[in-house]
Design a protein around this ligand. Structure first.
Ligand code: MN
Length: 247
């Protein structure tokens, strides 16, 4: 088939049912015709733990399970919103969690997959927070709390982050070019795919005399965004929302 699909930043939440419906439709149709589907972070707006009983989440996990059950591999990379996804979710859906970053041989091209938050090194406050929460001990202790308490903490963290993001300059929430170059060199790649910044695009440049490409995935707010990747070619697609009303 020679086609792999990449998506990220769906930020699925019961507050935007039309986006959830669009994703469920995508899993039933478009996603069944590819070699593999990669979700590069922030599939969910929040994730308080695999035992979160939110009914909408159960629908989504069921649909992911049906896709993997028919033989399409689905890989989930944690984002900054849903990094508490764990082994129970894997068992429930048949999806496989992959680390950030993950190198991938994509039909002969070596590419590096990331969520993208680690590339935004100018946002020092965020990088410091990330270092605090993204370790096994912090995660173990957090997940040991009752689910109601975790849900409340996650909601409070979202509100706080929204306030902080509103006050930050736009450029510090985009990637830092020097960090992109450093990470490409460190992993020996000249192609990178990531999300997180909500600034979709294909950036072509020269790194150490070689052509380099950084592909940024789009979010799922006004429409769905999918990157179709074949052997050496990358095609962004949009999935329109249907029906009336807001997301
Ligand atoms: Mn993100």
């Amino acid at each position: 088939m020679q086609e792999t699909l990449f998506i990220s930043d769906l930020h699925l939440t019961p507050e935007r049912p039309r986006i959830t419906a669009l994703f469920l439709e995508f899993l039933r149709t478009r996603a069944t015709r590819c070699d593999a589907l990669y979700v590069l972070g922030d599939l969910f707006e929040t994730w308080a733990g695999d035992d979160d009983p939110t009914p909408e989440n159960r629908d989504i996990l069921g649909a992911l399970g049906r896709l993997t059950g028919t033989g399409t591999p689905v890989y989930l990379m944690p984002g900054n919103r849903d990094f508490l996804m764990g082994a129970d979710l894997e068992a429930l859906t048949g999806c496989r969690l992959i680390p950030d970053p993950t190198p991938l041989d994509l039909y002969g091209t070596r590419v590096l997959l990331l969520h993208g938050d680690t590339l935004c090194t100018d946002d020092e406050a965020y990088i410091a927070w990330r270092a605090t929460v993204r370790n096994d001990r912090w995660i173990r202790e957090f997940l040991a709390r009752p689910i109601e308490e975790r849900q409340a903490l996650v909601r409070a963290a979202r509100a706080q982050s929204r306030a902080a993001t509103g006050a930050k300059a736009g450029e510090i929430m985009d990637v830092t070019v020097g960090e992109v170059e450093r990470v490409m060199r460190a992993h020996g790649v000249r192609t990178m795919i990531h999300g997180h910044t909500h600034r979709p695009g294909v950036h072509r440049f020269t790194l150490d005399g070689e052509p380099a490409t950084r592909i940024v995935l789009g979010d799922w707010y006004r429409e769905g965004h999918v990157l179709s990747a074949g052997a050496g070619d990358f095609t962004p697609e949009t999935l329109p929302l249907t029906g009336n009303g807001s997301g």
